[in-house]
Every structure is written in C-alpha cells, then in structure tokens.
Design a protein around this ligand. Sequence first.
Ligand code: AKB
Length: 317
Amino acid sequence: MAKDKILVIGACGQIGVELTLALREAFGKNNVIASDLREESILLKGTGPYIQMSVMDKEKLQDIIKKQKITQVYLLAAVLSATGEKKPMIAWDLNMKGLLNILEIAREEKLQKVYWPSSIAVFGPSSPKKNCPQQTIIEPTTVYGISKLAGENWCNYYFQKYGVDVRSLRYPGLISYKSEPGGGTTDYAVEIFYEALRKQQYTCFLSANTYLPMMYMPDAIRATIELMEAPAKKIKIHNSYNLSGISFSPKDIAKEIKKHIPSFKINYAPDYRQKIAESWPQSIDDLKTKKDWGWKHQYDLGKMTSDMIQHLSLNFK
Ligand code: AKB
C-alpha cells in the first residue's frame, strides 16, 4: 500500500470525510490528499494535506495529479437526488463533467485506479421493488439517477476501450454521525437522529411505510476500500456493483429510536421527495457483489441505531 498516492475529490461531503480519514489510516496521512470546492472540513483539519479546487477545472486537476504523482483518484463530488430535481442542469453538468474530466485524466496519465460512486437511484419505477437484481430493467426518472446511469456506462466504456481500472458501487442511502448528508432523498434517516436527540420529535418528509435500501457508513467505507483493494481479476462488473445493507421505513427507524428515547414522536408530511423515493427499489440483491469479491455487511437496524445514538449523544451533552 505504501507506494500509492491518493486524491479524494469531494472530501468534505458525507462520504468524503470518513473515507479520507479511513484512507489516511490505511495509506498514511501524507499519501492521501483531500480536496473539495469548499473550505476544509473541521473534521479533516490537521489530518493531512488539503487542496481547495473544483473538479470542473480539468487543467488544474491534471496539473495537481501530475505534480503530486497521484496513482488513485476517489471522485465523490456530486449533486444528489433531491437537489438534482430542483437544479437539473447544474446536477447534470457537475455529475457528468466531473466524471469525464477524471476518466480522461486517468486515460492520459495512466492512473492505476479510479473510484466513482453510483447509487440505487439508477433504478426506476419499472425495476423490481424487492431484492432488485444487478441486471434488470433500469429506467431512472430523476436527473440524479439518469446521470448515475450514464456515468456507469461511461465507466464501463473507459474500461473496455482504454483499460482504465475504474470501480464503482451503487450506494444505498447512507447513515452517518460524523458528517451530515445534503440534498438526498434518504437524508431523513440521518436528520431523524439529530431531531430525536434535540427535540424528541421529528416531522418526516417521507410517509410512514416508505421502505428504502440503506447502509451504515462504517459498512459503506469498508465496502469501498475492499472493492478498491480487491485484485483486478475479481472485478467482473465494470459499470457498478449493487450494494446491499439494510432496508427499513421511517416507521421502523422511529420504533427503533423509541427504544433509546421513549418520549420520541414522529409525524409525517411527505413532500416532493416522496415521489423520488417511490421510484426506487425497497431492497437490493447484491449476490454478484458477494460472489465476486466477498462483500458482507455488518450493521443491522438495531446495531446501527444504538451506535448512532451513542455517538451523537456526545454532541448534545
Ligand atoms: C440520495 O438520496 O439522493 C442519495 C442516494 C440514494 O444516492 N443518498
């Protein structure tokens, strides 16, 4: 691992912060450069090098990659589903141009590996709702989903045509206590913890029985690094792997939180995000992922809820 030099783009976001910290732990702090359009997250300060830049600026990006002798890039900068519906052109521009800039640089500079996240948002209303398989009807109805599906095909194209080793996971909704999400439909499953601890009450923007595929962040980080560290011959899918953790509804998670905070109450006021959620599968089948490189999730709803409450309680003391 010592010879790898990694660039994380979008390092101040929900996944970026935790992934950067985990990569620094594994590869050494000076071998992992964090970058984002935003100012450095307080959680990253003092943990390793940081560069403020935009993934849209290909020239600057390429210059940094050359000067820093980067061998691997993790590209996490993206506009998510809910914001994407409000700003479709901005979402399309960032999600597509950011990826194409990196794929082109990877081809030109012969980067060793690239990581790019896809999402369960690639699936649409015509995909199976339960245990949605790796290969099925894929007709997304959100701009975010359309951009992820196009991105998956571009990743496969760069692998087939130029041999770029780009790897990808279709993340479910991610739940974390370190860095908050922004602009997603699954964000309620993080907000609910903050509001439960702050006010013992939460008004959910999805209806009570809206089941969605979800995952606790430690599982997602482990999956990402395991995929990237797997031998190339084990990677059989070059668009993006299904990734499954937990499936639950707002009603289920509220019940679980109540075990820790008995006075907690939930109300429901579904908004435009309900339609997005209803277009996605309720659960995912990741048999191929398990078979190809041995993935297995560790956190169920109960274990995740206890861990979230234990960590977040420290902020509310
Ligand atoms: C979102 O809700 O947009 C994301 C996702 C499922 O990719 N969390």
